[in-house]
Design a protein around this ligand. Sequence first.
Ligand SMILES: [Zn+2]
Length: 187
Amino acid sequence: MTWNDANPTYAVGAWRLPASGITYHINLSSAPVEIRSRVVQVVQGSFAAWAAAIGQQVFHYGGTTRAGAPRQDGVNTIAWGRTRAGIIAATYVWYNDAGEAVEVDTVFNDRLSWAVFDDSGGECQSTPIAYDVQNIATHEFGHWVGLLDLYGTSEQDLTMYGYSSGGELKKRTLGAGDRLGAAAVGR
Ligand SMILES: [Zn+2]
């Protein structure tokens, strides 16, 4: 594995977070039962990585919800559900003519295996085919911030690299381009 966390590349979308920040809700009942008790903490950890790069607490946890995703219903929802085949997770952003996000939903593919891996390195990962929730969530929340996927070979160690694999953890921590992008568009 190569590490190129220092790559300063980022790409920006057409939307920005509202200046007041954004309140998100988690559909816990949709989460895989074996990790459900840890999802809130893990999601908060993923948002915290971006808030640190932005330098401002722009993400507010609004509690659990029964709302589904993706659905424009006024609730910024994080849920497990159906995605297109081959998609690990997807983020949907609805934004107004001014480019301000009015709703954001993230859906994790409920046909895949999900895990919350120990990052100490001391734990043998018995189900490496599973996707680490924090790893994937941190990538998806980059889309909330206003960043787009990257696909260049030299970008593969950045959080916004558009491909992932089971057991991957490196997207949990932001690379140089991720931090630069967050500072540029995150507020
Ligand atoms: Zn993406």
